[in-house]
Design a protein around this ligand. Structure first.
Ligand code: 26Q
Length: 795
């Protein structure tokens, strides 16, 4: 596409799709016009991919996920379609600011964090590879809440990304599926009829996901809940206005809001309804498509692979069995076999409080037929394995992890360590009964968004050195290794980082009114706020370091900026206190004339995908400091390493594999191993011992306790202090001393800029394995038994 054609396309949409005159168009109008112009180009390729999937009778992958944390789509689409030059030139002629347009797009924040972002990276990688696939989820009207700080405290505001028109989706009223809840079951022989008492409609909305160079496009289909019978005119006419609108409002609540808690929110009726709503709609859509092409349901596992992203869609097991048995007359045992060979399950957490369990009473009320089938599936499994040792129903609860395991032919962990821990802890018994079922698929990230698009300076440098094959074959980055010995290359590498840091410093000055030194170490911890992720360990070290600088302000300290980002679940009290403490610490440190040129803390509010894209390319140090054994994988850790930040981290999740790839000497390791953590916890008073042994730690905790960061309310953080001193389940105190040591090694290393640049560049060169393309190829080979289709010509 030439710039002139692009300009015509933009103007065409401005006038005929948006009904705006160029003279009066606002940023929003230009953004929509550009989006539609780009979308047109995507649609042809998307159709072609769909045609080829049908024609070639390729196996399809269905990715079922409660969350897709996509972020912005415009730049992604422009880059993958290779339309950036045309767009920039066209807009320049139209005198419209391209960057401002990109920034105007709201994030599609339909996810909490890692799990949802992984689903988004996977969608992009499946399209890049040409894996025929479809993502299924919920079209939440309100995505993850917006975070604001009020006197340091987190305040949540509704996120309303759909208040403006969403440029990327196509409404599909013809794809409307009715979903039932409640009611009763009538058994007729081996089958049953379910008569729900409540019905609503799931309506599809399709977003095309285009791969690199536009070679393939898949669909993300998100379901919107709608009332079966709209507005009640009878009631309205009787003057009962509120009641007339009630059924509609009730039905719509199902796709209204994303649950903002990623660990503890359990047993909520609406959540179970959301899970069944999107899972059932997706399965019936899948079966409808399958039956339009094939007439033997036993072929289903050969033609469809259905991936359950954690247990959130675990009701897929019993629902698929129900659809096969009750609605298609297949024998129960055969139906379980077909379902199991079609389904697979990814586990993302070992935290006991995050494992889904549903009260039998609630399940039986909402999904009476499914509860019956769960009992039968469970009995059949116990009969098959010849033991009653493992069960999916226990103590009046349905355990969704066990149910998913039993109903899946493959179960995977998301990093090598996590997978081994699954085998030895939560799924130990099931693993012994099914030793080939658990496999590992270490997570990855898409290099299109997380390098090419977010870090153009580094991307250009890489392409100048080794060509652009790295974009879809990221392990080509190893070809950078010889360049790392070239002083000129290293200098350019460091210059790209410096410029990224300058940009970020300017942005922070403008948005947060905090001045930071671009020469300082940019030390970044961005992720959800959780005790196990240990933002408070980072804060304790920050405070201890601050106190040390104050002791001796004229010593030559290595300047550092600690950057935090992340949201706390609205009901997670401890996490919210950490948020507040971070802001209070920032306030005190940033205004301390003795220390502020050496140490600052910044905490931009509302961390999201777009903010990550700004922060990561400008980072020097990546904080991956979770208690060993608790972080299933992490994916931010990969994005940082790829963009040349060095990691300070524990042997947890994918950190272990990152360290192996980038070599131990280019990674700041500290802390206990997962085994040592379990040992340590057995020692009574382990925290007290650690505090007694390290005066720096003792002093930092005392500073918090005495109210140095909350002088108006000295007791404000006694909860945190008490937790650290007396409970400390996440062994913050016991890991502090080693963390401190590693941080001082960071100071020393950063003071030698050439060596630092070499280590950073080595991280980039060795991060190629962490592409989600590699992860997807792993799933295709080990889990889905699916092959890529022949792709379309390059854009
Ligand atoms: C469950 C029940 C009720 C309400 C909400 C939830 C819920 C929602 C989201 C439970 C968990 C999540 C999200 C979990 C998550 O993001 N896990 C992360 O997954 C990443 C991708 O595999 C890993 O890299 C992270 O280590 C893991 O924490």
């Amino acid at each position: 596409m030439t710039p002139a054609q692009m300009k015509d396309a933009i103007l065409h949409h401005l006038v005929y799709t948006l009904g705006k005159d160029a003279a009066h168009a606002q940023t929003y109008d230009w953004r929509m016009a550009l989006s539609f112009a780009v979308r047109d180009k995507i649609v042809d390729r998307w159709f072609e991919a769909t045609r080829r999937t049908y024609a070639g009778q390729h196996k399809r992958v269905y990715y079922l996920s409660m969350e897709f944390l996509i972020g912005r789509l415009l730049k992604d689409a422009i880059i993958n379609m290779r339309l950036e030059e045309a767009a920039i030139d066209a807009l320049q002629e139209l005198k419209v600011d391209y960057q401002a347009i990109l920034e105007d797009e709201p994030d599609a924040a339909l996810g909490n964090g890692g799990l949802g972002r992984l689903a988004a990276c996977f969608m992009e990688s499946m399209s890049t590879i040409g894996c025929p696939a479809m993502g299924y989820g919920i079209r939440y009207e309100n995505g993850l809440f917006r975070q604001r700080f009020e006197n340091g405290r987190q305040v949540e505001e509704p996120e309303d990304w759909l208040s403006q028109r969403h440029a990327w989706e196509f409404e599909r009223p013809e794809v409307s599926i009715d979903i039932g809840f409640g009611g009763h079951v009538q058994e007729i022989g081996k089958r049953a009829n379910w008569y729900p008492s409540e019905m609503l409609i799931a309506m599809g909305h399709d977003t095309p996901i285009i791969g690199w160079r536009g070679r393939w496009g898949n669909t993300l289909r998100l379901w919107e809940a709608r009332p079966m019978h709209g507005f009640d005119l009878q009631r309205f006419n009787r003057g009962d206005y509120a009641a007339a609108a009630e059924p509609e409002a009730l039905a719509r609540t199902l796709s209204r809001v994303l649950y903002p808690d990623d660990t503890t929110e359990q047993g909520k009726e609406l959540r179970l309804k959301q899970e069944f709503f999107f899972t059932s709609a997706s399965l019936r859509d899948i079966l409808r498509r399958f039956e339009s092409e094939y007439d033997d349901l036993r072929l289903l596992p050969k033609k469809a692979a259905i991936q359950m992203n954690d247990t959130h869609p675990a009701i897929a097991g019993p629902e698929l069995v129900r659809l096969l048995v009750d609605e298609r007359g297949i024998d129960f045992e055969e139906a379980v076999g077909i379902a199991r060979n079609t389904l697979s399950y990814t586990n993302h957490t070992l935290l006991p409080e995050a494992l889904e369990r549903w009260d039998e009473g609630l399940m039986g009320r909402l999904l009476p037929r499914h509860l019956q089938l769960i009992f039968r599936i469970n009995e059949l499994h116990m009969k098959d394995v010849g033991t009653r040792k493992v069960t999916a129903v226990d103590d009046g609860h349905v355990k969704m992890g066990e149910l998913s395991f039993i109903m899946a032919h493959r179960v995977n962990g998301v990093s090598a360590l996590h997978t081994e821990l699954m085998k030895s802890t939560v799924f130990k018994d099931l693993h012994e009964l099914h030793p080939n079922r658990i496999v590992n698929e270490t997570n990855g990230v898409t290099p299109r968004r997380w390098l090419l698009s977010c870090n153009p300076r580094l991307s250009t440098l890489i392409t100048d050195a080794i060509g652009d094959d790295w974009v879809d074959d990221l392990e080509q980055l190893e070809k950078l290794e010889p360049h790392i010995d070239d002083a000129a290359f290293l200098e350019s590498y460091a210059a790209a980082k410096r410029q990224n840091k300058n940009d970020l410093a300017n942005w922070i000055a403008e948005k947060l009114e905090v001045g930071i030194d671009p020469e300082a170490i940019f030390d970044v911890q961005i992720k959800r706020i959780h005790e196990y992720k240990r933002q408070h360990l980072n804060l304790l070290e920050t405070i201890a370091h601050w106190l040390e600088i104050r002791d001796n302000p004229n010593q030559g300290w290595v300047p550092r900026v600690k950057i935090f980002g992340g949201k706390a679940a609205p009901g997670y009290v401890f996490a919210k206190e950490i948020v507040r403490l971070t802001n209070d610490v920032a306030k005190v440190l940033n205004s301390d004339p003795l220390t502020s040129r050496y140490l600052k803390v910044v905490y931009p509010p509302n961390y999201n995908v777009s903010l990550a894209e700004k922060l990561i390319p400008a980072s020097d140090l990546s904080e991956q400091i979770s208690t060993a054994g608790k972080e299933a994988s992490g994916t931010g850790n990969m994005k940082f390493a790829l963009n040349g930040a060095l990691t300070i981290g524990t042997l947890d999740g994918a950190n272990v594999e990152i360290r192996e790839h980038v070599k131990p000497e280019n990674f700041f390791l500290f802390g206990m191993t997962a085994d040592e953590v379990m040992e340590r916890r057995r020692i009574g008073g382990h925290a007290g011992q650690a505090i007694a042994a390290d005066p720096r730690l003792a002093r930092a905790i005392e500073a918090i306790r005495a109210g140095r960061f909350s002088p108006d309310d000295p007791g404000r953080y006694h909860g945190i202090v008490d937790n650290l001193v007396h409970h400390d389940y996440f062994v913050v105190c016991s890991d502090f001393t080693d963390y401190w040591r590693a941080q001082r090694e960071v100071d020393t290393a950063f003071a030698a800029p050439k060596d630092w640049a070499r280590m950073a560049a080595f991280n980039t060169a060795r991060s190629g394995w962490f592409s989600s393309d590699r992860t997807i190829r792993g799933y295709m080979a080990d889990v889905w038994h699916a092959e890529a289709a022949p792709t379309v010509e390059d854009a």
